[in-house]
Write a protein that binds this ligand. Structure first.
Ligand code: BMA
Length: 985
């Protein structure tokens, strides 16, 4: 197998639909039908997990959260119960809508389908009309259906990402045979509904051509003539190759739209900007190009009587808080296919006394502003700042239930103010419920190349991993997908705010009429679907495209730049932003055109700032690969750092999910290079390791590989910690340097929390949910009350009279805290402390407090470290409210330290709850970067990991995601190592 990948030649004669293939915006064409409330339906296939608009609550995140005893008080739990009940109510309504009633039963297959989920999902056939034919189930795609039918091996196995590529260079036909009852067929209107279809396909039912799809980001509804339906039917979906479609669209376009292709190292596909499909499905610098073809969502056929009155709930938006009246304006959008009629609407905020009734004349669409007094509600707060109170708003027409949404009440302001005449730039921070929030977060990418493989449990594990690491925001990055409803519900419940990009990334885009209309429909649909979520606090037009235009990443000739800039504004200002403003009214959700951007300064510069990455405006993306990433001086001091990070390798257990070939388990293997999708990163990882850490000396290749994995993870962990410390220590307005105007950093979202597959990437959680060392460091560096120790200059010489160690504490809590900070100087040969100092501290809300500047030379003298500074380490403990947070400051790189055998031992391993294992770890000498691992079949996380031991005993808990049955120490297979092991053969 070669690691050099050459993009296969696509045969020229395989021409897709070309420019004329676009047949309009079907969602709008069928709009009234979409809103109809049909009395009969045949569910062709329904997923409770994969559809973006699936409301099935068999296994809702709510219930999972309840089951897993998330820390909520009793009242909150009761609230959830009532939410679940209210969801059930909506579900039962939907059931009535989509399932055949007993009296109007369709025949055999469709009847049993509507009753049994499993059978519902089966019964599809797929074929490329050449080599493959398989039966399968929906939600599914070519790859996952062929895998289940044993016709291909696991797509993530080995080099399958390229070996299976030809699967998406060809067209595929999906068919489904089904029967319909006479009763079903007696109604007057019929609609075929796809929640999601990926992506370009012609839809035919029996002999009738229904229409065409060309966006995975909008649902499709097709009106069906009665004459097209029979008792025995066949639905046929002819998919085009997305790769060939994109190529043909690019060819037919009257301009070049760079970049044509991703860099070769990504083994990817070209022209992804010409298809409204997950951009990273054509490859990214951390992910494969599977370019899936299939149906990731629900498909169903509905029949209804045109004359029946029906009202659909389109969207709910907590639009604004009216301070003058102490009330909240909640906009509710309803629609109906019926001719104008009068109705009595009732709005109930469940579990409160709030009810609002109004009589209106309904003419197809109506927007009602419901005013809810403050006294009826409690606020929704981000994680760490208070509870996530959520309320179900139910809407009725007389006594008939129309729909409900789970909403939260919070105000959002993005504050961009001047600092006065002496300071340049503007601030960039979030006020939630009028309180400034320091944003601690990360960037989110799709958790799998095949959406149908992602379960709600998977999403919950990832989002819980963010929550327990004190994160309060994730950025849904613009190269991925709009996630399914349950993702946003989880974020609402966990207090994870979302910075939501629209799905445009790292590219110019076409701006022809059809493309812009498609984008408009997408934004309208997605904003309506998502705007009820309290967690979404900001929309962003795209990822990095302002920067791409402003700084001419694609070497566009000067004379073409004006057109490129106009096109940029046409897409993100006149189309995306205009659609958002049309739907998301009020003032509770700011919009920025790009990330990074200079915020209001970008607007002043007609949406394309000279340098959209300017550190004194808006948000910044920063990657500094050629420098010592542990050195805080490496990092710009920004107002808000929305992307930054460094790669590491996933664990050996994770690699074993992708290969079993022993030669692959090598840092220089072809396989590793194949999975590295970013130029020179592997060399970079090695250089970074060499700058700060000892290199393995073992001759055992597997041990060497495992140790390099460990070292790469230490490097990533320490890098993120340095970045975070720089951000948090500049989090106050007082830190602004009058010379540079830099300071007042109010947020960090490192790149990236999760992985799409097994590879060397920037993620802190591996594919399969294992936390890398960096995620433990994130959990630590995002502690709400956190001590920071910085030596200036970095790694100062011990004779430097000017060098200082500054001790600082940040408090994110919405209350004053007091406690004690104790700092000791340690060496690695003994647990005996050389010297200690303690400070009583009191901190107000959201404060950064500088505790003391210690003269470094004097301190080193006193601690007797002057001659052997490389053996001394500062270790601090902050005790507050029965909670301890530590902080370690190396005076030089760990590779310079003499390491001693710490004789780590694991003792007293005990299962204390079905999911928690507690144990003690002991050492005879201090140990650095103590790393704990358990058997690969157990998935969960430790209470701490990658830590330093400055005491002989430490107690650690392992929290498993699922109950561990038949627990034994042997099956748990707990093991530990530390930096000392690297120095051993
Ligand atoms: C940023 C992101 C991604 C990319 C990451 C790592 O620029 O927006 O496009 O994957 O850097 O290179």
């Amino acid at each position: 197998m070669s690691s050099i990948y050459t993009r296969p030649q696509i045969p020229e004669n395989k021409v897709g639909c070309g420019k004329c293939g676009y047949v309009g915006h079907l969602t709008f064409q069928c709009r009234n039908f979409l809103q109809a409330n049909p009395s009969k339906a045949v569910v062709l296939d329904v997923s409770s997990t994969s559809s973006p608009s699936s409301d099935d609550d068999n296994d809702t995140p709510l219930q999972q959260l309840a089951r897993q005893e998330i820390n909520r008080d009793k009242q909150q739990v009761q609230k959830k119960d009532s939410e679940v009940k209210s969801k059930k109510k909506e579900k039962s309504k939907r059931k009535r809508r989509r399932s055949p009633s007993t009296s109007s039963t369709s025949e055999s297959e469709s009847e049993s389908e509507s009753e049994s989920k499993h059978s519902k999902r089966t019964g599809w056939s797929i074929s490329d009309n050449k080599s493959y034919f398989a039966h399968g189930q929906i939600p599914g795609s070519v790859h996952t259906i062929l895998l289940a039918a044993n016709q291909i091996t696991e797509p993530y196995w080995n080099y399958n990402d390229v070996d299976l590529r030809s699967l998406v260079y060809t067209s595929w036909t999906f068919t489904k045979d089904f029967t319909l009852s006479n009763d079903f067929l007696t109604l007057t209107q019929f609609t075929l509904h796809f929640d999601q279809i990926d992506t370009v396909a012609n839809i035919t039912l029996n002999e009738c051509f229904l229409g065409r799809t060309n966006s995975m980001f909008i649902p499709y509804n097709f009106n069906i003539l009665r004459s097209c339906l029979q008792s025995i039917n066949q639905l046929r979906i002819d998919f085009e190759s997305p790769v060939i479609y994109a190529l043909n669209q690019a060819k037919a376009y009257n301009d070049t739209v760079p970049p044509d292709c991703p860099p070769d190292v990504q083994h990817g596909e070209c022209h992804v900007q010409f298809i409204r499909k997950e951009p990273c499905s054509f490859s990214w610098d951390w992910g494969p190009a599977f370019a899936p073809i299939g149906i990731p969502g629900d498909v169903y056929l509905e029949s209804t009587n045109n004359a029946d009155i029906s009202i659909e709930l389109e969207s709910v938006n907590v639009a604004s808080y009216q301070a003058a009246g102490n009330q909240w304006q909640v906009d509710v959008l309803l629609s109906s296919h019926n001719d104008p009629f009068e109705c009595q609407l009732k709005f109930i905020l469940e579990n409160t006394s709030f009810v609002y009734e109004v009589t209106v004349t309904f003419d197809h669409e109506i927007s009602i502003s419901v005013l809810i007094p403050d006294e009826n509600i409690e606020l929704w707060w981000p994680n760490g700042y208070g509870e996530q109170k959520l309320y179900t708003l139910s809407i009725y027409n007389k006594e008939q239930f129309i729909g409900s949404r789970l909403i939260g009440f919070r105000t959002v302001q993005l504050i961009q103010h001047d600092y006065g005449p002496q300071i340049n730039g503007t601030s960039f921070y979030f006020l939630i419920n009028y309180q400034p929030i320091f944003i601690k977060g990360s960037n989110w990418i799709p958790p799998d190349a095949f959406q149908e493989r992602v379960t709600d449990t998977d999403l919950e594990r990832l989002l819980r991993s963010a929550q327990v690491a004190s994160m309060n925001m994730l950025r849904i990055w613009g190269g991925g997908i709009y996630e399914r409803n349950s993702f946003y519900e989880l974020a609402d419940h966990l207090g994870i705010m979302l910075w939501h990009d629209f799905m445009f990334a790292c590219s110019l885009y076409p701006v022809d009429k059809a493309f812009l209309q498609n984008v408009h429909d997408e934004i309208v649909y997605q904003v309506k679907r998502l705007q009820s979520h309290a967690s979404i606090v900001l929309w962003a037009g795209n990822n990095e495209n302002e920067g791409a235009v402003a700084q001419n990443w694609y070497d566009i000739p000067k004379e073409r730049m004006a057109k490129v800039k106009d096109d940029y504004r046409q897409l993100y200002v006149n189309t995306v932003m205009a659609a958002v403003k049309e739907i998301d009214k009020g003032n509770n959700r700011p919009f920025v055109t790009s990330s990074p951007s200079n915020g209001i300064e970008s607007i002043k510069e007609d949406y394309i700032a000279t340098d959209p990455n300017d550190s004194i405006y808006g948000d910044v993306h920063f990657y500094g690969y050629g420098i010592d990433s542990w050195d805080p001086r490496t990092y710009p001091i920004t107002r808000f750092l929305s992307e930054t990070g460094i790669q590491s390798l996933p664990s050996l257990d994770t690699w074993k999910q992708a290969t079993s070939n022993p030669v692959d388990f090598n840092f220089n293997s072809s396989f590793l290079q194949h999975r590295e999708h970013s130029n020179n990163q592997l060399t970079g990882i090695m250089l970074h390791i060499q700058s700060n850490l000892p290199l393995p000396v073992t001759k055992d290749p597997l041990k060497n590989f495992t140790q390099l994995i460990y070292l790469s993870q230490i490097n990533q962990a320490m890098t993120l910690k340095s970045i975070s410390d720089v951000c948090r220590v500049h989090s106050s307005e007082n830190t602004i340097d009058p010379k540079t105007s830099q300071g007042h950093t109010m947020g960090l979202m490192y790149w990236q929390i999760n992985d799409i597959w097994q590879g060397p990437t920037w993620s802190t959680i591996e594919y399969g949910f294992r936390w890398k060392m960096a995620h433990y460091y994130v959990q630590h560096m995002y502690e709400p009350v956190y001590p920071i120790a910085i030596l200036t200059p970095y790694q100062a010489n011990v004779t430097d009279e000017t060098a200082r160690i500054s001790l600082n504490v940040v408090n994110d809590f919405a209350k004053e805290i007091s406690g004690q900070l104790t700092c000791s100087i340690h060496t690695l040969d003994t647990f005996a402390v050389r010297m200690s100092m303690a400070y009583d501290i009191t901190l107000g809300f959201a404060t950064l407090k500088h505790i003391v500047d210690l003269p470094y030379k004097l301190l080193m003298n006193r601690a007797d470290c002057s001659n052997d500074r490389q053996y001394c380490i500062l270790h601090c403990w902050l005790n507050h409210n029965h909670h301890q947070v530590d902080q370690t400051l190396f005076f030089t790189s760990p590779k310079a330290y003499q390491l001693y055998q710490p004789n780590l031992r694991i003792e007293n391993v005990q299962q204390v709850t079905p999911m928690d294992i507690v144990f003690r770890i002991s050492a005879t000498r201090p140990a650095l970067f103590v790393w704990l691992e358990v058997s690969s079949h157990i998935s969960g996380y430790f209470s701490r990991n990658g830590f330093h031991m400055f005491e002989p005993v430490s107690t650690v808990t392992f929290h498993s995601w699922t109950p561990i049955t038949n627990f034994t120490s042997a099956s748990f297979a707990l093991r530990s190592n530390s930096l000392f092991d690297i120095t051993q053969p």
